[in-house]
Design a protein around this ligand. Structure first.
Ligand code: CR6
Length: 830
C-alpha cells in the first residue's frame, strides 16, 4: 500500500495505488482510458500514434506501480546506491523492453488485437531515444538495465537532449545529417517533475568573506543561472518487480537568466538570453571518442552533474542525513571524463555551501567517486583550457588548483627531486595552452580507476597513466564491458531464445553463464540444424526489414558479413573495403571464376561525426563501391554490399541476429573494448578480429578455433611504429593490395573521378596512421580461412554454437557484479 506515504487528509490515502490487473481486460481498460482521456480520442478515430502513445502509457502504469514500491523500499532501507553519471544513454526503443520486464507481452498483444490493432504496427511507431553516440552511451543503457535486473539500488543521471544523435541520410553516396526530432510525436516514457527543478549557476566571480564563527570562507557569485528540470525514465528490472530511475535533465531559463541584463531593465535582451539557457540541453554532440572542446559542451557537462549532485543531496537523501556519512550512502561512477567536473562541484557544495573543512570534504569526495576510462586515443582525452573553465566556473577552477597543489606536494614526496614527474603528472597542463586534464583530475580524486577490457586496462596503466599507476597501483582495476542479454538476445533474437530455452530450460537470461550448457549440443546434428534454421529465419527477417526500410534488396543465401559501428579511421572500415575491392578485382580481372567465390553480402552501418572529413570520405567510398559491385553483372549477385543509412539500436536488433561474420578489425591497441563484438558472438556470429579490446577475451573464451584472428599485436604495432612505418612498402610488395588500391585510385568506383578518392588513397599510401596496409595480407588470409570454414556448414554451425555457449561472460550483469565487488562495494537487495 502506498497510502501511509500520503498525508491522511488526502483522498488517495484511503486506498492503495495498485497496478492495473495483469489481464487482457485489465490492459484493455487501461489502454482505452489512456486513449480516451489521455489522448482525447475515440478508438475508432485514433491514429497509430495515438494507439502507440496510449499503449505505452498503459504499460507505463504497470511499471509506475512497481516504481513507487521500489522508491518506498529505498527510503525505508537507505541502502547504499550507485549513481551512474553519464552524458549519454543510448536507450533504444522502450516498448518491447517494458513488456518483457513486466511479462505483459502476450497480454498486450491480445488486448490490442481485441481492439483491432496489430501490436507490430504499434511497435514500429516508436522512435528510439538516441541520446548517445555509440558504444559508451549504449553501455550506460545496458548497465542501468542490469542494475535493475539484479535488484541493485541505482540511479542513472544524464541529459535529456532535445535532439539526439542526428539522423543519417545519403545524398549521392555522401552523408547528410538531419536533426533527430525524437520528441516531436510525444515521449510517453518520461515523467517531468518541474517542481523538483534545480538551479545551476554559471560565470561570475568568487569572493572571500568571514563567517559568523570568524572563519574565512569563499563563495561563488555566478552571473547567470539555468534551471534543470528532471525527467524520470523508468528502468525496469527483468521480471523482478524492481523499477529504478533514470533521471535526465533538461535546461530552461530562470526568470532572471542573465542577472546583469535583467537588472539593467533590458527586457527584450533578457528574453533573448533565455534561448541561450535553453540551448544547454538542445543537442547531443555527435563526436564519438573525439570530443571537440566547445564551451557549450562544458556547460552541458557542468549543468547535468550540478543538477544531479543537488538532486541527490537535497531530494534523494533524507533531510536529516548526516553528510559526513555520504560515502556510506553513494558512489558516483563517472562514465568517461564527461562528468568529471562533478568532483570540484561536490567539493564546492561541501566546503562553500555546507561549511565543511577542506580536508574532511576532500576525504569524503575521494570516496564518493570512481572513474571509468573508455579510450586510448590521446585526442579523446578531454582537456579544458583554464581560461574557458575559469570564465564559466571560476570557483571550480580555484578548487582544481588547490586539489592540484596538494596532489603535487604528494607527488614530490613520492618521487623526491623528480620535477619532471611533477610536471608530467600535474592536473594542469602548460602546453600547448594552460588547461585542465580531466582524466588526471578523475584519477587523483577517484577511489578507483578502471578500463573496459583486460588489454585496455593494462595499456591504461602502462601507457596512458603510468606515473599514476606507479604511485597508486591499488587504485587501478579492470572491468570488462558487457551487454544486456534481455535486449540483445531475448528481444532481438526471439527464435534463438526459444531454441535455448527449449534446450537448457529457463533461467539463463539472468544467469548467462548457463549458456555453457549448450556446449554439448554443438556436436548434435539436430541441434545444429535447428540453429541454422534460426539464422536463416533471422536473415529473412532482415531482408524484409531492409527492403521496407531502405528499399535495399539483399541476395538470398549468402554469408552475411557485417561491420556496424561508428565510422572511425582506427576501426578500419577501409580494410573491409579493400577486401571487397580485392574480391571484386579477382572476378572482373578474370583471376577467379565467379563460381569459386563464396557468396557474401557485406553490410555496413556507420555514422561519421559531421566534422570528421576523412570519415565522411570513407562513407562515400563505401557507397560508391556498393553501387559498382551491386550493379556489375559479372559478379552475378554473388558479392553484394549494403549500407543502410542511420544505423541505430533498432536496426542493430534485427541486423546482429542475422549475421554470420562479425568484423572487429581495429588496429590493435586502439579499441578500448568494443561491445558490438559481444552482441554478435552471443547471437552466433563468428568473429574475424584483431587482438584488440574485448576481442582478446572473446577469443580466449570461445577458443582459437572458433575465432578468426589476424593482424599485428599491440607490441608489434609499437615496434613497427618505432622503427618507422612506411605504408608504401606494403603497397609495393603486395600485388593484391596494390591492385585493389590502384583500382580505387583509378576512379573505377567513382565514375572515373580520381579526385574523389584522392584523400583516401593519399592517406593510405603516405600516412596510414592505423596501419591498414600492414595488416592487409594477414586479413585476406584470415578471410580465406573464413571461406573454408563456411564451406562446411556443420563445422561453421559448431563454431557458431560454441560462440553462443561460451560468451555468457559478456553479460552486463557480470560487469555489474565486477563493479560491485571491485569498485562500489554495494550488493544487490534481497
Ligand atoms: N567509442 C570505446 O571506443 C568502448 C566504449 C564503451 C568507447 C569503445 O571501445 O566499447 O567506449 N569510448 O566502453 C568512448 O566513447 C570514449 C566508444 O564507445
Amino acid at each position: 500500500s502506498y497510502g501511509p506515504e500520503l498525508p491522511v487528509t488526502s483522498p488517495l490515502a484511503l486506498g492503495p495505488v495498485v497496478s492495473p490487473p495483469h489481464t487482457v481486460e485489465g490492459f484493455v481498460k487501461e489502454f482505452l482510458h489512456e486513449l480516451n482521456y489521455g489522448q482525447g480520442v475515440a478508438l475508432s478515430r485514433s491514429s497509430v500514434n495515438d494507439q502507440y502513445l496510449a499503449s505505452a502509457r498503459a504499460v507505463r502504469s504497470y511499471l509506475m506501480a512497481q516504481w513507487l514500491e521500489t522508491q518506498r523500499r529505498q527510503r525505508e532501507t537507505q541502502a547504499k546506491s550507485v549513481a551512474y553519471l553519464s552524458a549519454e544513454y543510448l536507450l533504444g526503443r522502450q516498448f518491447d523492453n517494458a513488456l518483457l520486464a513486466t511479462g505483459l507481452t502476450d497480454t498486450v498483444e491480445k488486448g490490442l488485437a481485441a481492439c483491432g490493432i496489430d501490436i507490430d504496427v504499434v511497435r514500429a511507431q516508436e522512435i528510439e531515444p538516441g541520446l548517445g553516440n555509440g558504444g559508451l552511451g549504449r553501455l550506460a543503457a545496458c548497465f542501468v538495465d542490469s542494475l535493475a535486473s539484479m535488484n541493485v539500488s541505482a540511479i542513472g543521471y544524464g541529459i535529456r537532449y532535445e535532439f539526439g544523435i542526428f539522423r543519417q541520410t545519403f545524398v549521392d553516396g555522401r552523408q547528410v545529417e538531419q536533426p533527430d526530432t525524437w520528441l516531436d510525436l510525444g515521449s510517453p516514457w518520461e515523467v517531468a517533475h518541474p517542481e523538483n527543478s534545480v538551479q545551476v549557476g554559471f560565470g561570475g566571480r568568487t569572493e572571500t568573506y568571514t563567517d559568523d564563527d570568524g572563519v574565512e570562507r569563499t563563495r561563488w557569485i555566478p552571473d547567470s543561472n539555468v534551471k534543470g528540470i528532471p525527467h524520470n525514465y523508468l528502468v525496469p528490472g527483468y521480471q523482478n518487480g524492481r523499477v529504478n530511475t533514470l533521471r535526465l535533465w533538461s535546461a530552461v531559463a530562470t526568470q532572471s537568466f542573465d542577472l546583469a541584463i535583467f537588472n539593467s531593465g533590458d527586457y527584450t535582451a533578457a528574453v533573448r538570453a533565455q534561448t541561450f539557457a535553453e540551448n544547454i540541453s538542445k543537442v547531443l554532440y555527435p563526436e564519438d571518442s573525439t570530443p571537440q572542446g566547445r564551451e557549450l559542451r562544458l556547460q552541458q557537462q557542468y549543468f547535468f552533474v550540478a543538477c544531479s549532485i543537488s538532486d541527490f543531496l537535497n531530494y534523494v537523501l533524507p533531510a536529516d542525513f548526516d553528510i559526513t556519512k555520504l560515502p556510506e550512502r553513494i558512489i558516483f561512477q563517472l562514465n568517461d571524463t564527461h562528468p568529471v567536473i562533478a568532483i570540484p562541484e561536490l567539493m564546492r557544495v561541501l566546503v562553500d555551501d555546507r561549511g565543511m573543512a577542506w580536508d574532511e570534504a576532500w576525504a569524503i569526495t575521494q570516496q564518493c567517486f570512481a572513474y571509468t576510462c573508455h579510450t586510448l586515443l590521446p585526442e579523446a582525452l578531454e582537456v579544458w583550457p583554464t581560461e574557458l573553465l575559469g570564465k564559466l566556473l571560476p570557483r571550480h577552477l580555484e578548487i582544481i588548483y588547490r586539489i592540484n597543489d596538494e596532489f603535487l606536494a604528494e607527488v614530490r614526496k613520492t618521487f623526491p627531486g623528480d620535477e619532471l614527474k611533477a610536471r608530467n603528472m600535474s592536473i594542469i597542463a602548460e602546453y600547448p595552452e594552460r588547461s585542465v586534464r580531466m582524466a588526471y583530475l578523475a584519477t587523483v580524486a577517484g577511489a578507483k580507476v578502471n578500463g573496459v577490457a583486460e588489454l585496455h586496462s593494462q595499456l591504461l596503466r602502462d601507457k596512458v597513466l603510468p606515473d599514476f599507476s606507479a604511485m597508486w597501483p591499488e587504485k587501478f582495476t579492470n572491468v570488462t564491458n558487457g551487454v544486456t542479454p534481455r535486449r540483445f538476445i531475448k528481444l532481438a533474437n526471439p527464435l534463438l531464445s526459444t531454441l535455448i530455452t527449449d534446450t537448457i530450460g529457463v533461467g539463463w537470461l539472468n544467469d548467462l553463464e548457463r549458456l555453457r550448457e549448450l556446449e554439448p549440443y554443438a556436436e548434435d546434428p539436430e541441434f545444429r540444424a535447428s540453429f541454422r534454421e534460426v539464422k536463416a529465419a533471422n536473415k529473412v527477417r532482415l531482408r524484409a526489414l531492409l527492403e521496407q526500410r531502405d528499399g535495399l534488396v539483399l541476395p538470398e543465401d549468402a554469408m552475411l558479413d557485417v561491420m556496424v559501428k561508428r565510422l572511425h579511421e582506427y576501426k578500419r572500415q577501409l580494410l573491409k573495403v579493400l577486401h571487397i575491392v580485392a574480391l571484386y578485382d579477382l572476378v572482373v580481372s578474370g583471376q577467379a571464376k565467379i563460381e569459386d567465390i563464396t557468396p557474401r553480402t557485406f553490410v555496413f552501418g556507420a555514422k561519421a561525426a559531421p566534422g570528421y572529413r576523412m570519415a565522411k570520405e570513407i562513407i562515400h567510398l563505401i557507397n560508391r563501391v556498393a553501387e559498382t559491385v551491386n550493379n556489375d553483372p559479372r559478379v552475378d549477385g554473388r558479392l553484394a554490399v549494403a549500407f543502410p543509412p542511420n544505423y541505430n539500436v533498432t536496426l542493430a536488433e534485427t541486423l546482429i541476429p542475422a549475421a554470420d561474420l562479425s568484423e572487429q578489425i581495429s588496429l590493435a591497441g586502439k579499441e578500448a573494448s568494443g561491445t558490438g563484438n559481444m552482441k554478435f558472438a552471443l547471437n552466433g556470429a563468428l568473429t574475424i578480429g584483431t587482438d584488440d579490446g574485448a576481442n582478446v577475451e572473446i577469443r580466449q573464451l570461445v577458443g582459437d578455433d572458433n575465432f578468426f584472428l589476424f593482424g599485428l599485436s599491440e607490441p608489434q604495432v609499437e615496434e613497427l611504429q618505432a622503427k618507422g612505418y612506411r605504408p608504401s612498402a606494403f603497397y609495393e610488395s603486395n600485388e593484391s593490395l596494390r591492385r585493389a588500391i590502384d583500382l580505387i585510385a583509378s576512379g573505377a568506383f567513382t565514375g572515373g573521378d580520381r579526385e574523389a578518392v584522392g584523400p583516401i588513397v593519399g592517406d593510405l599510401l603516405y600516412n596510414d596512421r592505423f596501419m591498414v596496409l600492414a595488416d592487409y595480407q594477414s586479413y585476406i588470409e584470415a578471410q580465406e580461412r573464413v571461406d573454408e570454414r563456411y564451406a562446411d556448414p556443420d563445422a561453421w554451425s559448431r563454431s557458431a554454437i560454441l560462440n553462443v555457449a561460451r560468451s555468457g561472460f559478456f553479460s552486463s550483469d557480470r560487469a555489474m557484479t565486477d563493479y560491485m565487488d571491485r569498485i562500489w562495494h554495494v550488493s544487490p537487495r534481497r
